[in-house]
Design a binder for this molecule. Structure first.
Ligand code: BGC
Length: 452
């Protein structure tokens, strides 16, 4: 396969994050005082109250394509469990930046929803460390998941060798989406855009042809998303060092180079980016207001909603410098401790992990299934190509912005720093901030990634 994937969990707990998560939990309850009642009570058997037949699901799938996809998954669940009342709570805000704060509060208050969306890898680690998740090894066994989920994904669903989540998909993050008629009109062959120089030359051509802002970008996290792909284009060794917390010198030549490339990139970007959601930015490629958008392949769902045809109206290529690399963003669900409807929560996980569930959700979502036995005929041409690319990828790398590759605090900091960079364009300042933060949280890098 020419590729090895290993995640070694170091036996150091995420002390800082656990401290953070437990310190928010409030005081430990004091022992319940005993009250002697005047009249003796007849002791009833202490069986728990019967489980109400409901399922609460939190997710951040609110764009047109995302909503259609989660609705299709919910429909599969509703068909299998027709008597369960399903209560969805969609939380606006791409990449989960908003929802994660809400979920933390609910979980710490002992009010965890029966199911909530999260990313594989680091994102679940604070919950695991604080003992807030149930292991689901049995479910993996009963559903025969090890036989159909690729190794790379299996590893990302585990902590300390046990399964704590099930994946619903595999998204690719290092994708450039383009408007085909704009490229055709300006004589640009997308297959030649494999280097940043070629890409920027194409942007110059588009500008000369009257496309004022060839690249469309959205709010802060989408800037961090684009920058992450530029960092991946610096090579797998650099990216591996980054996610292992080893880029600690502000003079690191590859870090400076990545920031310089991003600075140039920003010169072609719509100035109103901070006010746009990711799907607003993607829509501008659909309408032809811009030619390029770096985004994960959830963007494909928006092209579907707009009834665009892949290869005719729009197309994709790997972010320059990342051909043969597959940047991973994996949505998962887990079994939080103490949920109100544990049976339905497990039923949801089974549907999420099932072939039927994944083949209903992913063809609409833009992702590929996390299962190797997916019915490929249900997937569009972009996804069929993605399945081939996934199988043949030389290197895979877990996204930081999408919760997997690095500790959550780094993900949040990266987004803040890059958001600042989009206005001050200060390479040295951003390099200093990123590397000094990496040093500050060095104890939080408890996963050692081996991507080669
Ligand atoms: C999620 C995708 C979602 C995207 C935009 C990513 O972090 O993994 O499922 O579509 O964010 O919100």
């Amino acid at each position: 396969m020419g590729r090895k994937w290993k995640v070694v969990s170091v036996l150091v707990s995420l002390l800082a994050t656990v401290a953070m998560i437990t310190s928010c939990a409030g005081p430990t309850p004091s022992p319940t005082p005993t009250v002697s009642s005047p009249t003796p009570t007849v002791s009833s058997p202490t069986s728990p109250p019967p489980e109400v037949n409901a399922l609460t699901v939190y997710h951040w799938w609110t764009s047109g394509g995302e909503k259609a996809a989660i609705d299709a998954l919910i429909k599969v669940y509703a068909t299998k469990y027709p008597d369960a009342a399903i209560m969805q709570t969609p939380v606006t805000g791409g990449a989960g930046f908003t929802m994660m704060g809400i979920i933390k509060t609910l979980v710490l208050a002992g009010d965890a929803p029966d199911a909530f969306q999260m990313h594989a890898g680091y994102e679940g680690k604070p919950y695991f460390d604080a003992g807030l998740l149930d292991p689901i090894d049995n479910l993996w066994k009963e559903e025969g998941l090890e036989a159909v989920i690729p190794e790379v994904v299996r590893h990302m669903c585990q902590f300390d060798g046990h399964y704590y989540s099930v994946p619903v998909n595999i998204h690719r993050v290092n994708v450039v989406w383009y408007n085909k008629s704009l490229l055709d009109k300006n004589g640009i062959d997308p297959t030649t855009l494999t280097t940043w120089d070629a890409f920027f030359a194409a942007c110059d051509k588009l500008k000369a042809g009257g496309v004022q802002y060839p690249i469309q970008m959205g709010e802060a996290w989408t800037a961090a998303h684009a920058f992450e792909q530029i960092m991946a284009s610096m090579g797998i060794d650099f990216y591996q060092d980054l996610i292992n917390g080893k880029i600690t010198s502000a003079d690191d030549p590859k870090l400076s180079q990545a920031l310089e490339i991003f600075k140039k990139y920003l010169g072609y970007v719509n100035p109103d980016h901070a006010a746009l959601t990711w799907d607003d930015a993607t829509k501008r490629i659909i309408t032809g207001d811009g030619a390029f958008n770096i985004m994960g392949d959830w963007a494909n769902g928006e092209f579907y909603v707009a009834k665009m045809t892949y290869g005719e109206d729009y197309g994709t290529f790997a972010v320059p410098g990342t051909k043969g690399m597959y940047g991973l963003c994996i949505d998962v669900f887990q079994h939080p401790k103490g949920v109100k409807h544990p049976t339905n929560s497990l039923g949801w996980l089974k549907v999420v992990a099932s072939k039927e569930g994944q083949d209903a959700f992913n063809p609409i979502k833009g992702s590929i299934a996390a299962r190797t036995d997916a019915d490929i005929s249900k997937y569009g041409p972009y996804q069929q190509a993605a399945i081939t690319d996934f199988k043949g990828a030389q290197y895979m790398f877990p996204s930081v912005v999408h919760g997997s590759g690095a500790p959550e605090s780094f993900k949040v900091k990266l987004s803040d720093i890059i958001s600042g960079f989009t206005t001050d364009l200060d390479v040295n300042k951003a390099a200093q901030a990123l590397t000094s933060y990496t040093k500050e949280i060095s104890g939080e890098y408890t996963i050692q990634w081996s991507l080669k």
